[in-house]
Design a protein around this ligand. Structure first.
Ligand code: G1P
Ligand code: ZN
Length: 543
């Protein structure tokens, strides 16, 4: 077989500070684009000679073609072995687990997460390191630098590897090992959770709907929920992965998982509903007529995780991203365990998990996870909820009510202003940033500012510093507003405004979150002058 060296040129790599690269699928399909990025990953991570890599993706359009390119380039680079999910399928958490379990040097995960898929939608590729988690800031910077000075890439001329048949084959000297994408992951879940108790719950008539959103968790959820745990057939909806996710937007929130929300708010709603995203790392939890915010879900899991065998010893500590509500902080304080506030992005949890400082972590954007892998894990969160429901025999609504009575309720919402002109967004942030130091004590739109700052983070484990991670304003009475620029959007700038209000009066736990958060929203809009600065009068998405 011939090994070809192609002369090439720099590409638009990922923004420094973000992990992986997401682009329009058509960009990834341009001649040499994917190859250049793969070579930049190989070069930026110290080359692949002799290494074992895990490769798989969420099954979106171009997944299989891209895997063939990666395998031929890994072969040309002298990699020893690529472990590939059958059919090219691996959920992000399953890939993280495989990297760890097999002692691989790292993995390439093909996904644009919850972004739509298809020839006119998005594609993505990211590199995870030997701990199974997103590449560190240092590696990300190396990969980015290589995208800027790449001059050639190496690829083997060969016919396609057979991704459909389990077992080993060769591509030049590279061993291509095709594995079942579900088996190892399902075994890990069985180690962590009391499958007998959950199976007994289902056997007793407990009804559930899991919306796989035509994405990667379909096979995992069907095998585990319907296969191992005995949930009735049809529990998993939209369970067959499709290249364009059924034309939908595989983001598990009340807007995009509206089918599931409708089921859960109907008169004959099942006991429990859940959904997961394109690559299986996000989750949405909803009880009968009771949507659970991701921030509240994290707090609930932190308060009850000890009921599952894998967490019976209790939690070392917990972590949340800064914009996530303070609900989990209140649980941690009551339990006397550590609580870390990190910048947005899963990679910041990695050092804390590796150092054993935290067991559970999560983000407001529907990501929850633990030290079992180094990614957020949608189905894991669903199974932990099921284990808790099986042990407590309580409904989701009653569990939430009990938690609010114990710790207070953090009303929470996020407003996204999408595709804002980057210059206008930056000007708004600059102006607000300049105002922050003088804000404490001032009144705005009926609220009194208690404190205001720009969030920065010093990693307590590796000492790295992350600056400019969001503008925060705390109000007297337990309100908070946070402004952040998205790092994952593919067009223009996305401004995220996170709103929170703590309530400790139990007679006020049943209010409409939008009403409760209105005053904080008005104060935040007045302080930032968002409408005038960006020309936007209302958010595009409210979750
Ligand atoms: C978003 C979420 C963030 C998450 C990331 C990757 O990033 O807000 O919590 O870690 O996607 O799933 P953002 O677009 O806000 O930068
Ligand atoms: Zn995802």
């Amino acid at each position: 077989m011939t090994h070809t060296t192609v002369t090439t040129q720099p590409i638009a790599g990922q923004k420094p500070g973000t992990s992986g690269l997401r682009k329009r699928t058509k960009v990834f399909m341009e001649p040499h684009f994917l190859e250049n990025y793969v070579q930049a990953i190989f070069d930026g991570t110290g080359r692949v000679a002799g290494k074992t890599l895990v490769v798989g993706g969420d099954g979106r359009y171009f997944n299989d073609r891209a895997i063939q390119v990666i395998l031929r380039m890994a072969a040309a680079g002298g990699a020893a072995r690529c472990i590939v999910g059958q059919g090219g399928i691996l959920s992000t958490p399953a890939a993280s687990h495989l990297i760890r379990k097999r002692g691989a040097s790292g993995g390439l995960i093909l996904s644009a997460s919850h972004n739509p898929g298809g020839p006119d939608a998005d594609f993505g590729l990211k590199y995870n390191g030997a701990n199974g988690g997103p590449a560190s800031e240092k590696i990300t910077a190396e990969i980015f630098a290589r995208t800027q000075d790449i001059a050639e890439y190496h690829i083997l001329e060969a016919t396609d590897a057979d991704l459909g048949t389990l077992g080993e084959s060769h591509l030049g000297d590279l061993v291509v090992e095709i594995v079942d994408p579900v088996t190892d992951y399902a075994a890990l879940m069985e180690d962590l959770f009391d499958f007998d108790a959950i199976a007994a719950l289902f056997a007793g008539g407990f009804a559930m709907k899991f919306d796989a959103m035509h994405a990667v968790t379909g096979p995992y959820a069907t095998a585990i929920l319907e296969g191992r745990l005995g949930a009735v057939k049809g529990t998993v909806m939209n369970g067959v992965p499709s290249e364009d996710f059924g034309g939908g937007h595989p983001d598990p929130n009340p807007i995009w998982a509206k089918d599931l929300m409708d089921v859960m708010y109907a008169d004959d709603a099942p006991d429990f509903g859940a959904a997961s995203d394109g690559d299986g790392d996000r989750n949405m939890i909803v009880g009968r007529g009771a949507y659970v915010t991701p921030s509240d879900s994290l707090a609930l899991l932190a308060s009850k995780a000890h009921l599952a065998p894998g967490y019976a010893k209790g939690l070392a500590g917990v972590a949340r991203s800064m914009p996530t509500s303070g609900a989990v902080d209140r649980v941690a304080a009551a339990k006397g365990i550590g609580c870390y506030e990190t910048p947005t992005g899963w990679k910041f949890f990695g050092t804390l998990l590796d150092a054993g400082k935290v067991t559970l972590c999560g983000e407001e954007s529907a990501g929850t996870g633990s030290d079992h892998v180094r990614e957020k894990d949608g189905l894991w969160a669903v199974l932990l909820w099921l284990n808790i429901l099986a042990e407590t025999k309580m409904s989701v609504a009653d569990l939430m009510d009990e938690m609010w009575r114990d710790y207070g309720r953090c009303y929470y919402t996020r407003h996204d202003y999408e595709d804002v002109e980057a210059e206008k967004a930056n000007a708004m942030f600059d102006a607000l940033r300049n105002k922050l130091p003088g804000l404490a004590g001032s009144d705005v739109a009926g609220q009194t500012v208690e404190w205001a700052d720009e969030f920065a983070y010093d990693d307590p484990v590796d000492g790295s510093h992350a600056a400019a991670q969001g503008l925060r304003i705390g109000f007297v009475g337990g309100g908070r507003a946070v402004f952040r620029l998205s790092g994952t959007g593919t067009v223009g700038a996305t401004i995220r405004l996170y709103l929170e209000q703590l309530e400790t009066d139990a007679s006020r736990f049943g209010l409409d979150p939008a009403e409760v958060l209105k005053p904080i929203n008005e104060a935040a809009l007045a302080l930032s002058d968002l409408a005038a600065m960006t020309g936007r009068s209302a958010p595009d998405v409210i979750t």
